[in-house]
Design a protein around this ligand. Structure first.
Ligand code: NAI
Length: 411
């Protein structure tokens, strides 16, 4: 098991950013005093990454780099991994945790991008634009006001009133929509939005229903034939959340019967892995469906926000030990350690570890002026602020505790 004491000056900390991560990330590291930043425009094959990671303290990746157990085995200096994207399944999170390496991501950096797209889709659907556009591409001229409505005064129903749902609600009110929402958790309404007691009430009252729930066991198949039947005749459905939330055959049925007037779908139960693969969906047959290739959050601004968000989390972890936003590691929010030295201790979460840590300090005769602890079932993270100029003896004792994974010393 890795046992390493990192107390390096910033000019010795190596940062490797892969996959063409926005230059904004390098700017963030530089502004925080980190100048050893190497950038690579592509992902690295396993073997090359395993070789290059030996000297890397902070690694930044997007979705194409696989950080496997084999890569981590060679990553002796690795202190944190930043996923400059939303998902983190490209990293072996458990293996990183076993080595005391937190993994950060940026789950909410593209909230605005999704909300704006959905807002535009509401207008497009209410005007029947998807079908008129498809017809015009075929040379047909569907010049008619039938089935075209202003959004002003209509009801938007939001299912899942989290980051995206609530921001969308505010934007939609600006266009004169009435906003109702349902969330499994009690959420404070923003603007004039009206919380309702059930999903069924949203389905029954809304002219446009939009889904902003996470992908969980309980949200898979959330909207199936029965739910679609509860929607108003002529209503529209938008899904820019996760593909398995809506049953596509049921939706195709509701469109074919004319019960729904249209839909906008950005996410699918099965999506092509690359642009070389064909997009297969029975929704392709329906002109009144706006189909987009999972780009709800894909904008220039979102990429910039992601760069700032993840880099800031990593520099904060490096500078003062705060681990907020880590997905596989105990989250600790630490104040600055102005005059005190700070010792960070990552350990396997076993009985007696804390006692052993405190014992190490009392044996070394060092007074702890602040202590912060957070644990997950398998790993613990304890941070101690101490008043000493000679932390060497206590660091050696901490290394000797069998459950120690690694320590860091900040001065
Ligand atoms: P969030 O976590 O802030 O909000 C989700 C909300 O859904 C929470 O308030 C939660 O309590 C609620 N919820 C959970 N189960 C529910 C249920 N059964 N019924 C009603 N409410 C329920 O998440 P955020 O950031 O707003 O994202 C929402 C969805 O959008 C996620 O699935 C995310 O993966 C997806 N997304 C899609 C993007 C795209 O490119 N299309 C980009 C970014 C996010």
């Amino acid at each position: 098991m890795t046992q390493r004491n990192l107390s390096l000056s910033k000019d010795k900390i190596n940062i490797l950013l892969l996959e063409g991560i926005s230059d904004r990330a390098t700017e963030c590291f530089n502004a925080a005093g980190y100048h050893q930043v190497e950038t690579v425009s592509s992902a690295l094959p396993d073997d090359e990454l395993a070789e290059r990671i030996r000297d890397v303290h902070f690694l930044g990746i997007r979705s194409r780099t696989r950080v496997t157990e084999r890569v981590l085995e060679r990553a002796e200096r690795l202190t944190a991994i930043g996923c400059y994207c939303i998902g983190t399944d490209q990293v072996d999170l458990a293996a990183a945790q076993r080595r005391g390496v937190p993994v950060f991501n940026a789950p909410y950096a593209n909230t605005r991008s999704v909300a704006e797209l959905v807002l535009a889709e509401i207008v497009m659907l209410m005007r029947g634009i998807p079908a008129k556009n498809a017809a015009a591409h075929r040379g047909e001229w569907l010049k008619s006001a039938q089935g075209s409505y202003e959004v002003r005064g209509k009801t938007l129903g939001i299912i899942g009133y989290g980051h995206i749902g609530s921001q969308l609600g505010i934007l939609a009110e600006g266009l004169g929509l009435r906003v109702i929402y349902y969330d499994v958790v009690r959420k404070l309404p923003l603007g004039n939005a009206e919380p309702v007691d059930s999903q069924d009430e949203v389905l029954a009252r809304a002219d446009v229903v939009t889904l902003h729930v996470p992908d969980t066991e309980s949200t898979r198949g959330l909207i199936d034939a029965a739910e679609l039947a509860r929607m108003k005749a002529g209503a529209h459905l938008i899904n820019a959340s996760r593909g398995k939330v809506v049953s596509i055959p049921a939706l195709a049925g509701a469109l074919a019967s004319g019960h729904l007037a249209g839909a906008a779908i950005d996410v699918f139960p099965s999506e092509p892995a690359s642009k070389n693969e064909e997009f297969v969906s029975e929704l392709r047959a329906h002109d009144n469906v706006l189909l987009t290739p999972h780009i709800g959050g894909s904008t220039f601004e979102a990429q910039q926000n992601i760069a700032v968000d993840v880099s800031t989390k990593m520099t904060l972890y490096s500078d003062n030990g705060s681990s907020m936003g880590a997905v596989n590691f105990p989250e600790v929010n630490l104040p600055d350690h102005a005059t005190a030295r700070r010792i960070l201790h990552i350990h396997r979460n076993e009985p007696g570890v804390l006692q052993a840590i405190n014992h190490a300090f009392s044996e070394a005769g060092i007074n702890i002026v602040g202590q912060y602890l957070q644990t997950l079932p398998d790993v613990g993270y304890v941070v101690m602020d101490v008043e000493t100029d000679d932390a060497g003896p206590v660091l050696r004792r901490l290394h000797d505790i069998p459950a120690t994974i690694r320590t860091r010393y900040l001065y």
